[in-house]
Every structure is written in C-alpha cells, then in structure tokens.
Design a protein around this ligand. Structure first.
Ligand code: SF4
Length: 384
C-alpha cells in the first residue's frame, strides 16, 4: 500500500495478463452456454451465480455447493472466476481509498471507496443500526466506479481526459470493481448501506451495453438496489433516450458544469454535438420514480462559471427544465497540467445561497481524497 498523494508510476505494469476463460460478468444464460460441455442443470448454474455474485468468490475451487470433482473438471477445462484484482491502494487522510484494479489483459482501472458517503450534503443515507464487524469505522459507503479506461469526451477540467480513450470495460470489469472492493472492505450489500456512483473514469453512455449489463448484475445477484446507484453522463443524448426505456436503472446525473452553451462549449466540447437544450429534452423522457430527482453536477471553476449571473442562468435553466432536479456543486479539484483555478470559497457559498434562495435545491459536495487524486475529475493512472 502507498500512502499520500504522489503516485508511483512503476506500479503501472503491476496487472499481468491472466489466462483462461473468466466467468465473472456472465449472466445466467451466458454461464449456461459457456459451460455447455458439462451439461449442467439450471440449479447448478444458479449455485454458480450465487457463488460468483452473492459470495464473490475468487476461485472456482470456492464453489462449495459444487462437488469437488465438478470444480476440478471446470478448472481443468481452463475456466476461472476472473475477478479483477486490486494491485495498488492509495489511502487518503480522510479515509478515502483509491485503487488501481487490474483487468485480465493487465490494463488497470481506477475505483474509489468513500466511507461515510461521497460528501454530498443531502446524502440521505442516514446512520442505520448495523451488525457489521466491531471495530469498523464506517456505517455506509459510496463506491465510485469506472466504465472505460480513459475517456474520449475531453472535458477540459478533467485529468482522465488526458489519457484519451484506451478501451471500453466489459460488464464483468465494471461489476468486478465493486466485487473486488467489497471483498477488501468485508462489506455486504444486504447488511451495509452501499451506494454506487458511476462517475469514475469514462463516459458510461459511450459504453452503454456493458454498463447496463453490469447494472443488471449489481442490482440482481449482487444485491445492490438500483435506487442506490447513480450514473453520471456528460450529456450523450442517444444514451439518455435508451436509458429512459430501461425497466431497471440507476438514478441519473447530468454533468452540466456551465449555465449556457457558450461557456459549456469551452469546457466540454461535447456541447457542440448535443446542446444543453437537447440534453434537457432527452432527460424529460425519463419516467421518474416517486421522490426521484435528476441531479445536475456543476463543477465550479474559479472565474469561469462561478459568478452570480451564472447562478441566475442556472436557476432559469432548472425552471425551464421543469422536472424534479437538484444541483450538486463541486469546487474544482486542481490537477497537474489542467489550467483552471479553484473557486473562492465565498463564491461557492454565494452560488449555493443564490440557488437556494430561488427555491432550487443545491448542495456542496465535500472534496474526498484530494491528497491522493481521488476527487472528482482527478482520476488518471499516471501523474506527470
Ligand atoms: S469528466 Fe467524465 S466525461 Fe468528462 S472527460 Fe472526464 S471522465 Fe470523461
């Protein structure tokens, strides 16, 4: 484990390619097909599912509901669990942990564990009685999950953007980040209050099918309610429209970050493809559940989008949108090679107050893990 902020780049080759066929990430029918040569009855596949996703085993040998002989045969045929593996941990003074998690091909992805939530003031995860192991210092936690290695969206304030897009993650690699971290933390979704935010590296809606397959695994056999998941998009309109049709889906957050198209184009070039009005029109198609609100994430950049007139424009924008919404304000986190300045704390406060005075719910997200580059917009494998 490494403590402190500076990332040692020598560990980047730590994940080595694994051989064999991974089972983690496959849905029931796919497991049945993959293991076709063994002619397993449906109940054996269900046992495998429970072991993979409920117990989060790391080796075929741990499927204790299967006879030893079957486990040996399956292993001998080259099958393995294939859970991504944590190869490096960076621990913040605030308890946040950032992980490099190795995929089967040796590529690494980043995942962040935030005990006691993600710092949003309106986090409704009230403390609950728990029979969690004694000595534990957290009662609830939020996991920030990546959906791609790198990102193609190129938001100007984001360190991940500097990687470009390396590749999409598979459903198993997305859900596997969650499984690996739950195992490390000895957390149990049925007992502990675990929230997921798909706000790590990548744009989930540019890897839509794998992302939604992962959601179905997480909400199904892994036991994390969809209502405790939030996906953030930079505003990929076709993705939002598909998402609106999903019977099982997380909550939606739009990474807005600007009060109008002119400013947004300067910091999020994707605006040239889909303007704010197009994004809002698509979000309107989302059938919201009772008490559900859409979140607008708004990263405050000093002198760029944090002035009172910007707050006024955001107020009109939310009023025009006319669906239940809230604003999450995030003071920009500095990173090497990104030419913005942090907003003045007084400006952050004034921005929030202005929104609230107009009746727009607005919350300031406390920065988590800033010292280990785990905070919003700071995920990047190599620090220059
Ligand atoms: S903020 Fe999100 S969508 Fe934008 S470049 Fe970074 S990872 Fe991609």
């Amino acid at each position: 484990m490494t403590s402190g902020g500076k990332l040692d780049t020598s560990i980047l080759d730590a994940g080595r390619p694994l051989r064999g066929t991974g089972l983690f990430g496959l849905q029931n029918q796919q497991l049945s097909e993959k293991l076709g040569e063994f002619h397993l009855p449906a109940w054996r596949i269900r046992q495998l599912e429970t072991a993979l996703y409920g117990q989060r085993i790391t080796a075929v040998d741990q499927i204790t509901t299967w006879p030893k002989e079957l486990r040996e045969q399956v292993q001998a045929a080259g099958f393995r669990v294939g859970l991504p593996e944590i190869v490096e941990t960076f621990r913040s003074i605030d308890g946040t942990e950032r992980y490099l998690i190795a995929c089967a091909d040796g590529q690494t992805v980043e995942t962040v564990w935030m005990p006691e939530g993600d710092g949003a003031e309106d986090d409704d995860s009230a403390l609950e009685p728990t029979d969690a192991p004694s000595g534990r210092t957290w009662t609830r936690a939020t996991l920030c999950v990546s959906s791609q290695i790198g990102c193609a969206v190129n938001c100007q304030f984001c360190l991940t953007a500097k990687l470009g897009i390396l590749r999409n993650l598979t459903a198993g690699e997305i859900a596997g980040q969650v499984a690996a971290v739950l195992n490390r933390q000895q957390a149990e979704p049925g007992r502990d209050r675990i929230n997921l935010v798909f706000m790590g590296m990548g744009e989930p809606f540019l890897n839509y099918d794998a992302f939604m397959d992962a959601v179905r695994l997480l909400a199904g056999p892994m036991g994390i309610p969809e209502s405790r998941m939030t996906v953030s998009t930079s505003g990929i309109v076709p993705g939002i429209l598909r998402f609106a049709e999903e019977p099982v889906r997380p909550r939606l957050a739009i990474s807005l970050n600007a009060p109008n198209d002119a400013i947004r184009e300067g910091i999020m070039p994707i605006t040239r493809k889909w303007a704010i009005a197009d994004v809002i029109e698509a979000v309107r198609k989302l059938p919201l559940r009772p008490r559900e609100r859409v979140t607008f994430e708004y990263v405050l950049l000093g002198g760029v989008n944090d002035q009172p007139q910007h707050a006024d424009e955001v107020i009109s924008l939310v009023r025009r949108a006319n669906f239940p919404a809230k604003i999450n304000l995030i003071a920009w986190n500095p990173g090497p090679g990104v030419a913005f300045t942090m907003p003045d704390p007084a400006a952050v406060d004034a921005f929030q107050q202005r929104l609230r005075a107009a009746g727009v719910p607005a919350f300031v997200r406390r920065p988590r893990g800033r010292d280990i580059y785990a905070a919003c917009g700071q995920l990047k494998k190599t620090m220059d």
